[in-house]
Ligand binder design. Structure first.
Ligand SMILES: Nc1ncnc2c1ncn2[C@@H]1O[C@H](COP(=O)(O)OP(=O)(O)OP(=O)(O)O)[C@@H](O)[C@H]1O
Length: 322
């Protein structure tokens, strides 16, 4: 008999889930299982169904068909018991109160909520909560007068207040500068390293590369790829050859193996199905300054796997026809 341990038990399960808004099918037969203790990135182009998926996961939206199971129960029950923390995409922090007051209030609400289900002891002390979110020095500041990055860390602390088993972050770093993004990820990683389960959506593919154990790519409401970053990159055949340009770019797309090319910042990047032949031809043409051959990046894989790539190719073709 297989014993399902906490580590391998499901945090989230979608089975055949669909959701439409009128004629628009936002989520189309989604099957997805997230294992506890992992960090999972949900990627997809605009309109792919990420927010709708997260909305159903949090019990904010009801599926038209199929089932969503969260921590072995319904989303509503898991959320009510404080076992799920969420950072939704929108929503401002309330004003006139300090960060300490706001967090104290949320923590108290969770303490009452969790007491009802026998989890009150799990709720962290206020100081601990602020330290984990790196906002101790903001305790006396008014909650509506924070920078974007500080506000996001406070919102993360709010999501943590019920000692959740799972946190769901919907595009948590959109609009933040690099330093603020790095700070927020340090805080999120701290939670993941303590065994928490994280599901986040993002448009910054390098964040998925850096912070997710597993990446699920959705497009038009369906899963189109699911695996580690390396698994997903391997789905794109061919390699990228890049080199410094000494002068005006030669005709790159006629070189053997080359299927597409980009030129920028004095450097050319060629996507090729035969890197040996491409490199030989470049050598003959004397184009080998700082030459590098690499596998596909996550961005290339993402564009190949989703309709975002087709849309970009169409835009290029239209631009070229003008
Ligand atoms: N309340 C709504 N009413 C009507 N259509 C909606 C509604 N919410 C979403 N949609 C549509 O459902 C589809 C999926 O939207 P969703 O917001 O889930 O995608 P997303 O992947 O989160 O997109 P983004 O990256 O732009 O936030 C889109 O076609 C969108 O226009």
């Amino acid at each position: 008999m297989t014993v399902q341990t906490t580590e391998t038990a499901s945090a989230v399960e979608f089975a055949g889930v669909t959701k439409s808004y009128g004629a628009v099918r936002a989520v189309d037969g989604l099957d997805l299982r997230l294992v506890r203790g992992t960090s999972v990135a949900l990627l997809g182009p605009n309109g792919a169904g990420k927010s709708t998926t997260i909305g159903m996961l949090l019990g904010l939206l009801q599926p038209d068909s199929g089932t969503v199971t969260l921590l072995g129960t319904t989303p509503e029950q898991a959320v009510r018991a404080g076992r799920v923390g969420a950072m939704p995409q929108s929503g401002r922090l309330i004003g006139r109160v300090t960060v300490r007051e706001l967090l104290g209030f949320v923590r108290l609400a969770y303490a009452k909520k969790t007491k009802a289900v026998g989890r009150a002891a799990a709720v962290p002390a206020l100081g601990e909560l602020m330290e984990a979110a790196r906002i101790t020095e903001l305790a006396g500041r008014k909650a509506d007068q924070l920078s974007g990055g500080q506000a996001q860390r406070v919102r993360f602390a709010i999501a943590m207040a019920g000692a959740p088993d799972l946190v769901v972050l919907d595009e948590p770093t959109t609009g933040l500068d690099i330093e603020a993004r790095r700070e927020l990820w340090t805080v999120v990683r701290g939670y993941a390293d303590r065994g928490g389960t994280v599901l986040f959506s993002t448009h910054y593919l390098e964040e998925a590369d850096d912070h997710a154990d597993r990446i699920v790519v959705i497009d038009r409401g369906r899963v189109v790829a699911d695996g580690t970053s390396d698994d997903i990159k391997r789905r794109v055949p061919g390699r990228t050859v890049s080199f410094d340009l000494a002068g005006p770019a030669p005709s790159l797309e006629v070189l053997p193996g080359v299927v597409s090319s980009e030129v920028g910042g004095g450097r050319a990047r060629l996507h090729t199905t035969d890197s040996d032949a491409t490199v030989l031809a470049l050598a003959e043409a004397g184009c080998i300054r700082n030459l590098e051959v690499a596998g596909a990046r996550l961005e290339e894989a993402f564009l190949t796997l989703t309709h975002a790539g087709t849309a970009r190719a169409e835009i290029r073709a239209e631009g070229g026809a003008r």
